[in-house]
Design a protein around this ligand. Sequence first.
Ligand code: ADP
Ligand code: 5GP
Length: 200
Amino acid sequence: MVVAAASGVGKSSVSRALLESEPELALSVSATTRAPRPGEVDGVHYHFRSMEQFLAMVAAGEMLEHAEVFGRRYGTPRGPVEAALASGRDVLFDIDWQGFRQVKQKLPADLVGVFLLPPGLAELERRLRGRGTDSEAEVAKRMAAARDEISHWDEFDHVLVNDDLAATVEQVRAILHAARSTRARQPALAGFVAGLLAGG
Ligand code: ADP
Ligand code: 5GP
């Protein structure tokens, strides 16, 4: 499941709340060339890498997808995603629309896309400033990029306005559970039903 939004809308907040209550959900930790914000830990929030290290991962085919966002490079390491899926866990991606497009191309039947909209641009700016970790220049850069990110809203299966955080988390959880119950995502069901009909 991809949760995408313009920076500051609240996707990290939503992802964090969802991961705390969904043990079968694994977060894909991205690699990035941007510097850590105060409090961010290497290997937990991101794999913080130099440009050389990042490009070497791309060249070695280690990225499921990668893109440039705000002049920095971001990418999804392929190995942990494949391991989680192979062990039957679902994977949550906090990536942008470019990453969503690439993963959708590679895993069309598996991917569920959720796009979060801000209630308004003034509120988005308040949230970016309220986070207190980005410089004024960084906030300005992210506000300028917000319109572009938002313009991709119609490529996603599900679109929510992140007004009340708790309500948004519940809606994303409902989407996750509904996606899990589709027939295609329950390959073991045919055997179960066969047993059921056989009187088992
Ligand atoms: P993103 O991951 O999309 O960049 P964050 O999750 O870091 O955004 O949220 C940006 C700021 O907005 C944070 O300070 C967060 O606490 C706040 N926030 C997130 N969702 C809401 C909401 N629904 N209402 C009010 N504030 C919110
Ligand atoms: P931030 O710097 O605020 O953590 O993230 C900036 C933007 O980069 C966000 O929109 C986030 O979703 C996106 N992003 C983070 N990791 C990845 C990734 O691995 N791939 C892509 N395509 N985008 C990412």
